[in-house]
Design a protein around this ligand. Structure first.
Ligand code: BGC
Length: 481
């Protein structure tokens, strides 16, 4: 539909994360992160036994990265700071100037070409030294994070106006502390997710208030958080399935969003009631889920200028049929429902990523109602293909076109959505999957020491949309035919 256009001031960009692209894992004074530690000490943890020691080598290729942004006509780029590159131990006593310089150069290169930088402060690479002190399970976490956040605001906030404190609390807490899916592999199924969730949202809120008081008056930017919101619909129209879907949504993202974006604050009661009930069944007279004091609730409530959404996929939730039983006891046992994807939904090369054409629309519409119309940015959205697929990625194109139609529908509905970042600008280290799953608009040749980047067909299509501000479903990039 050529009539439906994206607004001119809409931020149209792409996203990456430090550990996935930078390499230079111990260069110029960078300290060790939990990912460095795990890939070096437990290599079998990564599917192809690879690591991010060099990755796409953006530490040396950042000018080429910015050139790609220009090739695509992007007006925004979301990237993350490696905490241990600027603070090797995680703590503030030892600032690594070479790390600050690297990010300054990256930012200045973007600004030369009017590309708006968005900084994520934490995209999963906790300094290992802080992990040794308990990481997110230590109530002091908020103090460490505040010191780091102040350094980031002070160093870059004169030029950067969009800060995202945390990328995907669910993946940090549930996968890192509630199961053994991600570093630091603290498999505390009974309380890990909940402890981490509480400390994380408090750390977010403290950083937000610091920004608001100490930096916003002179820098004038915004500070928010990015939460992964995949869509969970009911399997059938039964009340039980609807309730199961709601509780699943609360366990997946409400646990992080409700304390910040709801009017009442604290953990969502659908979930805390469920955990209390399970705890009682297990013989605990108090719930395993920690509570927020009234003071903590007030600190966290409303502490965000925007809601960053990472969205990829959808599933159906059933109250009765646990079609995919969870492999380890976890938050999912407290939630006690089964989620699955129907066979006919197209699959990507990542097991968790299936194509459900209206999932982005459903997710944002739900959030918009439940949290009273916040400002949104879509901070990640994308599709995964295997590493032997070459440059022709028609399935990725279909995915992006459908997702961006959803964005236009949301804008038509008056949802306050200000930007969209594709994941990812180029292929990178896909965490536990190593280099076997690729989500880039550009291919990266990881065999080549120069890490040559080459546009995939989807890059041309995305460029066409970004440039013309509408979706032409018939467009075929000449260069690729
Ligand atoms: C993460 C990215 C990751 C992407 C695809 C998101 O959960 O924020 O770092 O590469 O999903 O798996």
């Amino acid at each position: 539909d050529k009539q439906r256009r994206f607004p001119d001031d809409f931020l149209f960009g792409a996203a990456t994360a430090a550990y996935q692209i930078e390499g230079g894992w111990n260069e110029d004074g960078k300290g060790e992160s939990i990912w460095d530690y795990v890939v070096h000490n437990n290599p079998a943890y990564i599917k192809d036994l690879s690591n991010g020691d060099i990755a796409a080598d953006s530490y040396h290729n950042y000018k080429r990265d910015v050139e790609i942004m220009r090739e695509l006509n992007l007006n925004a780029y979301r990237f993350s700071i490696a905490w241990s590159r600027v603070l090797p131990t995680g703590m503030i006593n030892n600032v690594n100037q070479a790390g600050i310089d690297f990010y300054n150069n990256y930012i200045d290169e973007m600004l030369k070409y009017n590309i708006t930088p968005l900084i994520t402060l934490y995209h999963w690479d906790l300094p290992q030294k802080l992990h040794e002190l308990g990481g997110f399970t230590n109530p002091l976490f908020a103090d460490w994070f505040s010191d780091y956040a102040r350094l980031v605001f002070q160093s870059f906030g004169d030029r950067v106006k969009h800060f995202i404190t945390f990328n995907e609390p669910r993946e940090i807490c549930y996968e890192g502390y509630g199961t053994d899916t991600k570093p630091p592999i603290v498999n505390n199924t009974a309380i890990g997710t909940y402890l981490c969730a509480k400390h994380l949202v408090i750390a977010h809120a403290k950083a937000y208030h610091m920004y608001d008081k100490e930096f916003r008056p002179t820098q004038g930017g915004q500070c928010g958080i990015t939460i992964s919101v995949n869509w969970f619909g009911p399997d059938t129209d039964s009340d039980d399935d609807k309730l199961a879907a709601e509780i699943t949504r609360q366990g997946e993202w409400g646990i992080y969003a409700h304390p910040i974006f709801s009017a009442e604050g604290g953990f969502p009661k659908e979930l805390s009631e469920r955990v209390a009930k399970k705890s009682a069944e297990q013989g605990y007279s108090k719930s395993r889920m920690p509570e927020f004091t009234e003071e903590e609730k007030a600190l966290v409530r409303g502490a965000s200028d925007f809601f960053g959404v990472n969205h990829y996929s959808a599933s159906l939730t059933s109250a009765t049929e646990h079609k995919v039983p969870h492999p380890v006891p976890s938050l999912m046992d407290d939630i006690d429902s089964g989620t699955y994807t129907p066979d006919e939904w197209p699959k990507s090369s990542s097991s968790w990523l299936t194509f459900a054409p209206n999932s982005l629309y459903n997710a944002l519409t739900h959030l918009n109602t439940r949290y009273n119309k916040p400002v949104f940015y879509i901070t990640e959205n994308g599709w995964s293909t295997s590493n032997d697929r070459g440059l022709i990625d028609d399935d990725r194109i279909a995915y992006y076109r459908a997702a961006l139609e959803n964005v236009l529908d949301l804008l038509d509905d008056g949802v306050n959505l200000k930007g969209y970042m594709a994941w990812s600008l180029f292929d990178n280290f896909e965490w536990n999957a190593g280099y076997t799953e690729r989500l880039g608009l550009y291919n990266v040749d990881f065999e080549d020491p120069a890490r040559t980047r080459t546009a995939k067909k989807s890059a041309f299509v995305y460029k066409h949309i970004v440039t013309h501000r509408y979706i032409d479903h018939d467009y075929e990039p000449e260069a690729m035919i």
